[in-house]
Design a protein around this ligand. Structure first.
Ligand code: ZN
Length: 81
C-alpha cells in the first residue's frame, strides 16, 4: 500500500480541509475566479486526494481571494485599508 506516502504530510484532520475544499469548490463555480481556475482545480483535486490542506495552500487561496477583490473593483467605492 502507498497510503504512507500520501498521509506523510497529514495532521489528524485539524487542518479543516473539508471546509477549505468547500471554499475552493465555491471559487471554482464563481466566474470572478476564472483567472485562477487551473490552480484552484488542481488544488481541489489535491485536497480531495490527500484529505488535508497545508497552511501555505490556505494562504494561496486567500491571496487569490484578495486578488479577485482588487480585480473586481474599478475604484468605485472601493477603499484600501
Ligand atoms: Zn490535515
Amino acid at each position: 500500500m502507498s497510503w504512507n506516502n500520501i498521509k506523510s504530510n497529514s495532521c489528524d484532520g485539524d487542518c479543516d480541509w473539508e471546509e477549505t475544499r468547500d471554499e475552493v469548490d465555491e471559487l471554482l463555480n464563481d466566474p470572478d475566479f476564472s483567472f485562477a481556475w487551473d490552480f484552484l482545480s488542481q488544488l481541489d483535486d489535491w485536497i480531495e486526494k490527500h484529505k488535508h490542506v497545508t497552511e501555505s495552500q490556505k494562504q494561496a487561496i486567500q491571496n487569490i481571494i484578495d486578488g479577485a477583490a482588487n480585480r473586481g473593483q474599478n475604484g468605485d467605492g472601493y477603499e484600501l485599508d
